[in-house]
Write a protein that binds this ligand. Structure first.
Ligand code: NAD
Length: 465
């Protein structure tokens, strides 16, 4: 890949950013706003068409879907940050105990320093610029390493970053895994990684060498529970939207469905109907249906389908593919063997397994037998059922009677738990992630609190107790 920087060039860039970190870190609210405005204008206006074209070239992503899932989230995140940044940057006063008489205390959110953002390919604009917005808001310098799997979008992001920012403040380095590995050797103050749990572990190990703090936005299998009281028609519509947007290549896509057996056949009927409503009976010809990012991922998904066909599973819908286009038909599969790869690995594609259950505890035990998911979705008309599921499971986030859209509420923290992630992003949570909460106590009185100092006496002991 072009633009692979030599090891020496990376070190030089890092050192320059390190030298520049106090200049950037001491930037005022207005200076930070200016940077956010420049980024907003570029993405919303000048580069919007180019972004749509780059993503279409990378995996035939429909222009409208790019507006919805790449451009809109960035613009709205910037608007949210602009609205709140002044108060976030203010000293956060806290109470001081009476024992520390005459002192006042506050928390100062200071920048972490030099940060690294490593981003994935599935929403490359959104998942690169969203953490960048938080990093800028918090006053950091940043080196970005986007994914090599969406080269058109990565080139374009480089063009945008180079046009808007000085590289001593924000730089974007294209490259493959080796570039990531070289960057990970440097003593960054914070590393924000979005990607798979397996690479997350590599990043965490590398960060440990320098004790860099980390945010890991990872993935995994996000379950969807459909209870017998659910409105099946609307549940089906929302699930199909959440599953097949971006061709299932979404970290918070419903990975599989757990449905109460009494409503399974009704749900199946509605799911099939919705696929045809959204993508017609020939999704290959639909301009709303994108493609798998590359041949490697296409083969992985094709193998899943072939294995399912050879097992006792039932292909309820789809199951066809076209290698020339990296096209996988929207596919619904039921009765999968419990140990099949489709039920063990994150699917990250347009294949939707359905498992039925007889009582809720079965569904809950199944979810709890796996790693904590990034998202868990619940369709039910019963608050009691929703609360029961929430209290007896763990997940990064949950939607009740919807999926995916919790991502777009900037007032909610976004992220996983353990295997699905460490740390949170978006809004104030993103700002906090890129900041050190510095504790500051100021003694105002001239004198000092005498009982702190030796020689210790019985009277001082009494005062302490
Ligand atoms: P990935 O982990 O393969 O790659 C992510 C980034 O890490 C890329 O920039 C890549 O170049 C780099 N990388 C890959 N291998 C590396 C290595 N050995 N050492 C250092 N760097 C390495 O992930 P992906 O395929 O790009 O994205 C899909 C995964 O990301 C899925 O698991 C998905 O669930 C997850 N994801 C999570 C979120 C979230 O917000 N939690 C969002 C999108 C995707």
């Amino acid at each position: 890949m072009q633009n692979l920087k030599s090891k020496e060039a990376l070190i030089k860039l890092f050192n320059n950013q390190q030298k520049n970190q106090f200049y950037v870190g001491n930037s005022t609210y207005k200076q930070r706003l200016k940077k956010l405005n420049v980024l907003k204008k570029a993405i919303e206006k000048k580069y919007r068409t180019k972004i749509q074209e780059a993503l279409y070239a990378d995996f035939k992503k429909p222009f409208t879907e790019t507006d919805l899932t790449e451009i809109y989230p960035i613009i709205s995140e910037i608007k949210h940050v602009k609205f709140h940044l002044k108060s976030w940057m203010n000293k956060q006063r806290v109470a001081t105990p009476i024992a520390l008489l005459g002192a006042s205390s506050y928390v100062k959110y200071e920048p972490k320093g030099v940060c690294l953002i490593i981003s994935p390919w599935n929403f490359p604009i959104n998942l690169t610029f969203s953490p960048l917005i938080s990093a800028i808001a918090a006053g950091n310098t940043v080196i970005i390493k986007p994914s090599e799997l969406t080269p058109n979008t990565s080139h374009l992001m480089k063009e945008i970053v180079e046009e808007l920012f000085d590289e001593q403040e924000i730089a974007l380095i294209e490259g493959e895994i080796e570039t990531s590995q070289e960057l990970l050797k440097l003593p960054f103050n914070h590393i924000f990684f979005t990607g798979s749990p397996s690479v997350g572990k590599i990043v965490m190990k590398a960060a440990a060498k320098n004790l860099s703090s980390i945010t890991l936005e990872l993935g995994g299998k996000s379950p969807t529970i459909v209870d017998k009281t659910a409105n099946i028609k609307t549940a089906a519509k929302k699930i199909i939207w959440g599953k097949f947007i971006n061709n299932g290549q979404t970290c918070i896509a419903p990975d599989y469905i757990l449905v109460h057996q009494t409503v399974k056949s009704e749900l199946l009927k509605e799911l099939k109907k919705q696929i045809s409503n959204f993508y017609s009976n020939n999704p290959a010809a639909s301009s709303s249906y994108c493609r798998i990012v590359n041949e490697k991922h296409f083969n992985r998904l094709k193998d899943h389908i072939l294995k399912a066909k050879q097992s006792e599973a039932s292909i309820e819908l789809g199951g066809n593919f076209n290698k020339d286009e990296n096209y996988i038909e929207p596919t619904i599969i039921s009765n999968l063997p419990i140990n099949s790869d489709l039920l063990q690995e994150e699917i990250f594609g347009p294949i939707l397994p359905i498992i039925s259950f007889q009582n809720l505890n079965e569904a809950i035990n199944y979810i709890n037998s796996k790693e904590k998911p990034l998202a868990l979705y619940i369709y039910t008309k019963s608050n009691k059922t929703a609360n029961f599921i929430i209290h007896n499971t763990r997940a990064g986030g949950t939607c009740i009677n919807h999926n995916i859209i919790h991502y777009s509420n900037h007032n909610l923290p976004f992220g996983g738990s353990n295997n699905s992630g460490i740390g949170k992003s978006h809004g104030f949570y993103g700002f906090q992630e890129f900041s050190n909460k510095r504790a500051i106590l100021k003694q105002h009185t001239k004198g000092s609190i005498e009982f702190l100092f030796p020689p210790y006496s019985k009277l001082k002991q009494k005062l302490i107790n």
